[in-house]
Ligand binder design. Structure first.
Ligand code: ME8
Length: 522
């Protein structure tokens, strides 16, 4: 839960490895964070929304080698693909960080020095199993036998591990076991959802070992200050990005303090250990406050299978947009899968969901109402008489639903927040059917005007409410009920901001086309 009096909100995605082009996995996280960022802006917060790319480490270096180009040329190219995928998905990030930037190198080295000054780092020798794919060290109890004697497999992720032996700096993570457990106990909101919190807590309860935080066998990384034979372990480098973007090592600015005290990290569930164990320990060691929450969402599969190049089922953001439109894509990803759970992306379910909620639900509500107003009320916001009980029930719902939407989003329950909004859509469609303004047109014209007014006002509220999830469609809806740009934030969800009788409305146009499964998504 954010502290509203602070009015600062800092939301981050993981920074993505630039070893391959973006797929809908990163779009999923980006969209979720974008919805939160847009929601908070409309709710009066100062928002900083950060995403970016994680460009160092062996995995990226090896991908560059496979292409026969230098790591810098390779990362420049792939980082541009990640950054370029944001605008087409309408991602409203305020900053894009690349770990190869100078500002980041400076921040990562400054954090290292803080840890060193605090006496939390020592030089020793590392000997153990390392998975390049996960950029992670594993202990024997986390491994299963591999295809040959030199290779082990990480039981959880399936990544191949090789034995490494080299001089390395270590962070005294073992000293943080109790401190972390006490922190998790005192701050149940720190790791969400609860299932992930339980997993992390049982891992930490097993006792932590000191963590190897530098490498000497390659040089594609941030040099360790004072000993440039070493580069930093890619995760200590990567995690620091969240501080870099706020201007670290300068912690004195209002921007740093406001945002860092209200920081929310959104990550996929496979990287909770890094964000919920290593990161808070580094921050404690550097005497910095911890983020409010790390939320670990579930894993997306496609038509029931893990997305993989070899299966050939990787969905790109472009494909998603070309089939469903930007808003349709954003909507289905958040509406179909309870956030936090693993979820399957299916074209059939997506088409059905878009048709039922958007084309038949919200789209039809707007089309029926606005075309009746165009034909019967000279295209102007109609007059209304006193509202009766049915009218007030719909209007009060339209003004009040923001409370449950806000509560849902504060708990990262996107699907529940959307269910609330679409419950209102269904209620309004039920109201139009029950009131039958097409019949009232012949029997009681004044009552028809009132009913159409109630519906237009409900559409205004719905337009405001769906902005975070479907910014383009919301803007079209709000244009059609002549709501000015300034009157679109959540403070306008009150009767004081209701549509003014007699306001001229533009010619109505359909906002959500119906999709055909056979043609569009067979
Ligand atoms: O882990 N379903 O980068 P990464 C859901 N660089 N989300 C998915 C997904 C899927 N199938 N595939 C990817 C890294 N994601 C590190 C992070 S942060 C300091 C460093 C999303 O390129 C999800 O957010 O492997 C996941 O955590 C992230 O992409 C992993 O991106």
């Amino acid at each position: 839960m954010t502290d509203k009096k602070d009015k600062y909100y800092y939301i981050t995605t993981p920074i993505y490895y630039v070893n391959g082009a973006p797929h809908i996995g990163s779009s999923y996280t980006n969209i979720a964070c974008d919805v939160l960022a847009r929601f908070k802006r409309l709710d009066g917060y100062k928002v900083k929304f950060l995403t970016g790319t994680d460009e160092h480490g062996l995995k990226v270096k090896q991908a560059a080698e496979a292409k026969g180009v230098s790591p810098q040329a390779f990362t420049d190219e792939v980082a541009a693909m990640f950054e370029g995928a944001l605008a087409p998905m309408n991602i409203s990030n305020d900053d894009f960080i690349r770990t190869t930037e100078e500002r980041h190198k400076k921040a990562a080295q400054a954090l290292w020095q803080k840890l060193e000054e605090a006496g939390e780092i020592y030089l020793d020798k590392y000997a153990g199993w390392y998975a390049v794919r996960d950029e992670a060290y594993y202990t024997l109890d986390e491994l299963i036998a591999g295809p040959d004697k030199d290779t082990m497999i990480a039981a959880d992720s399936g990544a191949e591990c090789k034995w490494v032996e080299e001089e390395s700096y270590f962070f005294k993570l073992s000293e943080y076991t109790d401190k972390l457990l006490a922190y998790y106990e005192e701050h149940p909101e720190f790791i969400q959802p609860a299932s992930r919190r339980n997993e992390v807590m049982s891992f930490v309860k097993g006792g932590l070992r000191d963590l190897s935080i530098s490498r000497t066998t390659f040089d594609w990384g941030v040099p360790v200050p004072g000993n440039e034979k070493h580069v930093m372990y890619v995760w200590i480098d990567a995690l620091t990005n969240y501080l870099t973007a706020l201007g670290y090592p300068d912690t004195s600015s209002e921007e740093f303090q406001g945002f860092w005290n209200n920081a929310f990290h959104m990550v996929g569930k496979e990287i909770t250990r890094f964000h919920c164990v290593y990161w808070p320990a580094f921050l404690m060691a550097a005497k910095l406050p911890l983020p409010k929450t790390v939320f670990a969402h579930g894993w997306l599969t496609v038509e029931g299978q893990k997305m993989s190049k070899s299966v050939g089922n990787v969905i790109t953001p472009e494909e998603l947009i070309s089939r469903y439109g930007v808003d349709g894509a954003r909507f289905v990803l958040l509406r179909e899968i309870p956030f936090g759970n693993d979820g399957n992306f299916s074209h059939e379910n997506s088409v059905n969901r878009i048709n039922s909620d958007l084309a038949n639900g919200l789209g039809n509500l707007a089309q029926r109402t606005l075309s009746m107003i165009a034909k019967n009320c000279e295209g102007k916001v109609p007059h209304h008489a006193d509202f009766n009980e049915e009218d007030l029930a719909v209007l009060n719902d339209a003004y009040g639903v923001i409370e449950s939407v806000r509560a849902g989003l504060d708990q990262f329950k996107f699907h529940e927040a959307l269910q609330e909004i679409f419950r209102l859509v269904n209620a309004a469609n039920g109201y139009i059917d029950a009131q039958a303004p097409w019949t009232l047109k012949k029997t009681d014209f004044t009552r028809m005007e009132t009913v159409l007014y109630v519906l237009a006002e409900t559409i205004r509220c719905l337009g405001i409410l769906v902005q975070p999830v479907m910014p383009d469609s919301a803007s079209k809806i709000l244009d059609q009920v002549a709501v000015t740009e300034k009157a679109r934030d959540f403070t306008c969800l009150t009767k004081e901001h209701a549509l003014k009788v007699g306001t001229e409305l533009p010619v109505p146009q359909g906002v959500f086309p119906r999709l055909e499964l056979e043609e569009k998504a067979a």
